[in-house]
Design a protein around this ligand. Structure first.
Ligand code: DGY
Length: 323
């Protein structure tokens, strides 16, 4: 009997989610929902695998991609794929697939929720109540900043950026965006206006970073950019941690160069509990949950599975990023 193609999934997913795959292929999963697969284990699995279903926290570099000779597809459970060496994958004709579209609105919801939580001090105020610190109503108790009629500046106007812009339009915000290419549709339909990076960071009350992590975007939010922002500016990052110089962000928040930050992503994830940023009241920090609604995560898993099935059946993948 012919050997079934082998699929390794780098995190424990609900059994029902991988049922269809298990019927046709040999499937094995790393046996933890919360811990990243150890490097040595991943390398051993990669030797045998025809397909890998990976997490954004897995480093899929040349060594993994070249470990065996049979790997045909890496389906990454994320829209971002900066954790994968695309060049090495393409050289070996390995398809790399991501999960665009299905997570757009969910991630935009989270980015906007972070903006609102940071502006209106929601987390700080909720902790204040739970700690029993609330003694009386008072006029400026936990006073935050308005969101409506302010200016939002979106850096990275992809699908998620446009979805955030739509939400901002509902709050009567002026919308600036910066992107590699102009987005005429967003300009016409949502009323977003293109701005240079410097104009955007100088003018926006809310700077929302949604740009992919690339060699060009690494460290674009640094000492110089935080200095150019308004002292009342709120900085939101729902893209990738390394686009920000975290030391510079910390200093900008402490010195009052900017007013608050809402962060879903960090340079090193998980961020250590003793990281200086986490000591600040004006930081809302989340554990990279941009696309984390049950519905969306299940759709992302299904899309990964459909990509794997297509490639193992000799068809074109649905959402490839490199071929
Ligand atoms: C992604 O899909 O790249 C997001 O960061 C997940 O939240």
């Amino acid at each position: 009997m012919e050997k079934k193609p082998y699929i390794f999934i780098t995190r424990k997913l609900p059994a029902r989610a991988v049922d269809s795959l298990s019927k046709r292929f040999e499937v094995s999963m790393w046996d933890s929902e919360t811990e990243t697969v150890p490097r040595e284990f991943l390398l051993k699995e990669a030797v045998k695998a025809d397909a890998l279903l990976t997490m954004l926290s897995d480093k899929i570099d040349r060594e993994v991609l070249e470990a065996g000779g049979s790997l045909k597809i890496v389906a990454n459970l994320a829209v971002g794929y900066d954790n994968i060496d695309l060049k090495a994958a393409s050289e070996r004709s390995i398809a790399v697939c991501n999960t665009p579209e299905v997570l757009t609105d969910t991630t935009a919801d989270l980015a906007f929720a972070l903006l609102m939580a940071s502006a209106r001090r929601i987390v700080e105020a909720a902790e204040f109540v739970k700690e029993g610190a609330w003694k009386s109503w008072s006029p400026l108790l936990m006073a935050g900043q308005d969101i409506h009629h302010k200016t939002i500046g979106i850096v990275g106007m992809g699908k998620i950026g446009e979805a955030v812009a739509k939400r901002a339009a509902g709050f009567d915000m002026d919308i600036l965006y910066h992107n590699r290419t102009r987005k005429p549709e967003a300009e016409e339909k949502i009323g977003a206006r293109y701005a240079s990076f410097n104009e955007l960071i100088e003018r926006a009350d809310y700077i929302v970073c949604l740009t992919p992590l690339t060699a060009e975007t690494k460290g674009i939010f640094n000492e110089d950019s935080f200095r150019k922002m308004k002292n009342t500016a709120v900085f939101i990052n729902a893209s990738r941690g390394p686009v920000v110089d975290e030391q510079a962000l910390y200093e900008a928040l402490v010195s009052g160069e900017i007013s608050a930050a809402g962060l879903d992503v960090f340079d090193k994830e998980p961020i250590g509990a003793n990281h200086p940023l986490l000591t600040l009241k004006n930081v809302v920090a989340l554990p990279h949950i941009g696309s984390s609604s049950t519905e969306t995560r299940m759709e992302m898993i299904e899309l990964c599975i459909s990509n794997i099935e297509a490639v193992l059946d000799g068809k074109q993948p649905i959402t490839p990023v490199n071929i």
